[in-house]
Structures are given as C-alpha cells and as structure tokens.
Design a protein around this ligand. Structure first.
Ligand code: TTP
Ligand code: MG
Length: 348
C-alpha cells in the first residue's frame, strides 16, 4: 500500500496578496479580472475566506462577486509574482522528497511510501513541510495524507484551511461512504447530474453510487465508468509522476460583448494562435495537437481537440488544422463569450 501526501496552498493567490499587504488581513479580498463596478466580464480567480463567507467562489463571473460583496478589495491577477512564490514553495517541498508531482501552481503530491513508510511518519513529514513553508514564506497550506492520490486529496479538502488530515486505510471506506459523489476527482456537475438521474435520487452520496454495477457505469461513462467504480471504493492506482513536463500551452479571450461576428472571432482566434505559438517556440516545445474552447453567452462551455504527428508547425498549419473545430462552434445559434486555443506539447 502506498502512502501519499497532498499539499495545497490555502486561497493561494489571495493569501500571497495578503502577505504582501498586511492591512488586507480580515477584509474580503477577491483576485480576478477588473469588476468595473459590476460591469466587468472576466471571472474570479480566487478569494480569501472572508470573501467566501459572502458566497464568492473561483470561476464565478467577477460581476456576480461584485454584487455579493462590493466593498471587497478587488485585485488583478499578478501571475508572474505568484509563479515566483510557487517556485519557492515547491523548492521547500522538494527538500523533503524526491518523488513530487506538481499538479498546479499551488498543489503537489508526494509519494512517501519508501521514505516514510508509515502513516504516522508521513504525518510528521507533512507537519514539517507545513512548518517550513510557514516559516520561510509566511504562507499556510493544508496537507492530506492517504493511501493513494485520491484519498490524499480528499483528506486535504477535509483539512482545509491550514490543516493536516490523515485518512488511514481502515477509515477510507467509511469516510467516503457519506460523502457527495462530486468529491471524486473527475466527477464534475454534468457527471453528477447523470448519476443522479440514473439513480433517480435528489442527492447522491458515494454509498448510493456504489449501488451501480461496474458494467452499468461503463455503459454510462465508457472507460471513465470503470475508473469511477474503483474510486467509489477508495481505489486509485494512478502513480505520482515526478517533474511533470509541460503538457499544453494556450491562450483565451473573453469578448467585450458576446458576439456572433465571424470576422471578429477569426481575427481574435488568429491572435490566440500567434501568441500561443510564440510561447511554444520560446519554450522549445513540439506540438502534438490542439484544443479549441468556446464558451457561449449562457456560459455553456465546450472543447474539441485534434491530435497529430509531433512536430513544429506554423501559425498557418495550426489555423488550418484547428479551423473545423472552431467552425463547429460558430454554426451553433448562440453568441460567443470566450474562445480559447491551446496546443498540446511535448519537450523536444
Ligand atoms: P485552488 O487550490 O483550487 O484554490 P485556492 O488555493 O485559491 O483555495 P483553497 O484554499 O480552497 O485551496 O487553486 C489555486 C490557485 O489557482 C488559486 O489561488 C487561483 C488559481 N485558480 C484560478 O485562477 N481559477 C480557478 O478556477 C481556480 C479553481 C483556481
Ligand atoms: Mg489551494
């Protein structure tokens, strides 16, 4: 059995802002696009716990967050700075382990099966990491310890904020059983809705979802279904993969007004490709596919992707290869709010 630690920084971007501006402490802080007194069109990246008390959440339209708490401190996303802080935090974690997988700017898994060996030792290690991050960076994080990546992540969610939660293998099934199916990684609102409808229940906890047979889950969700079957039972065999290489590079654009103007969309689209390609070339990456995202006026968001042979491609190549994906969105009878272009990459 494995012993995995999951570390996730608390309200990361907003906490960094609080650290840099101590007088923000105790006040609601929202990091995201400019709210423009309620008329802003982007989204909330994150917010501190004071702002969460008013119902503000990551991914919410910034205009909505302004309605909820107009007196909050609204800050732009200072990404370059957060990246620097993130690098310092990961450096601290790396000091404690060889086997670390970064999954975002503020989140990492560590496989301590060999190094720590027991859940007790893993807990001690997690505490040391938390303490060192706090001492050196004045930032809090939450650590979760579990028998696999999924359980470590769930433990971390339970422990938030500034916590340290261990789920022992003997506790796994019981803890999962009363939780909402949405805690399972890979189960978003749409998948949850499908499970709810299938079971004809208003709410589905994991113990309810366990009534669905493996074959039924496979019929409903294909390959993912089998994965869910095991995850409902606390099983997750995915390994901690060290030093994950960049997997994609992309850009997106939210239009000032929702639009169906094909010319305008194409022009923006070409700019996104050009900017993505510039970044791909700077990082000396090769391209193996592209993903096009489209968010419609009603926030309905779709992505389509196409893979091709690994290589260097020009703007024109990428435009030609991805155009059918974009066109499939333009033919819908809805205005477009956002488009995104992302290239799937490998290191050369
Ligand atoms: P999370 O770890 O999901 O969130 P968080 O650190 O802000 O809060 P929590 O205490 O619940 O962990 O994401 C890390 C950072 O990534 C977050 O600070 C901002 C950014 N982010 C976005 O820009 N958009 C998003 O939708 C989410 C979820 C995160
Ligand atoms: Mg976080």
């Amino acid at each position: 059995m494995a012993v995995i630690i999951h570390i996730d920084m608390d309200y990361f971007f907003a906490q960094v802002e609080e650290r840099e501006n101590p007088h923000f402490k105790g006040k609601p802080v929202v990091v995201g696009s400019d709210p423009k007194e309620g008329k802003g069109r982007g989204v909330v990246s994150t917010c501190n716990y004071e702002a969460r008390k008013y119902g503000v959440k990551s991914g919410m339209p910034i205009s909505k967050s302004y309605q909820l708490v107009p007196h909050a401190i609204f800050l732009p996303v200072n990404m370059n700075f957060y990246k620097k802080v993130s690098a310092s935090v990961f450096k601290i974690i790396e000091g404690y382990t060889k086997k670390m997988e970064k999954v975002s700017l503020d989140e990492a898994y560590i496989d301590v099966t060999k190094e720590a060996g027991s859940f007790k030792k893993a807990k001690e290690k997690a505490l040391k990491i938390k303490e060192e991050i706090f001492k050196k960076e004045s930032l809090t994080c939450t650590a979760g310890v579990g028998e696999n990546k999924m359980m470590a992540k769930i433990a971390c969610e339970i422990g938030k904020p500034n916590g340290l939660k261990v789920i022992l293998p003997s506790e796994t099934k019981k803890i999962l059983s009363s939780m909402d199916v949405a805690v399972i990684p890979g189960i978003g609102p749409k998948t949850k809705e499908k499970i709810k409808n299938y079971l004809k229940e208003k709410e589905v906890r994991i113990k309810d979802a366990k009534r669905i047979k493996k074959s039924e889950l496979e019929n409903l969700f294909g390959k993912r279904g089998k994965d869910f079957f095991y995850k409902f039972r606390g099983r997750d065999d995915s390994p901690v993969v060290e030093n994950r290489k960049t997997k994609s590079v992309g850009r997106e654009h939210t239009f000032a007004e929702d639009t169906k103007d094909a010319e305008k969309i194409m022009k923006t689209y070409k700019k996104l490709i050009a900017s993505t390609l510039l970044s791909v070339r700077r990082k000396k990456l090769k391209i193996k596919g592209v993903v096009v995202t489209c968010r419609f006026e009603d926030f309905d968001t779709h992505t389509k992707q196409v893979s091709f042979k690994v290589g260097d491609y020009s703007e024109e190549d990428l435009y030609k290869k991805s155009l059918p994906l974009l066109l499939s969105f333009l033919t819908k009878n809805k205005k477009i709010r956002l488009i995104g272009f992302r290239s799937l990459v490998v290191e050369s």
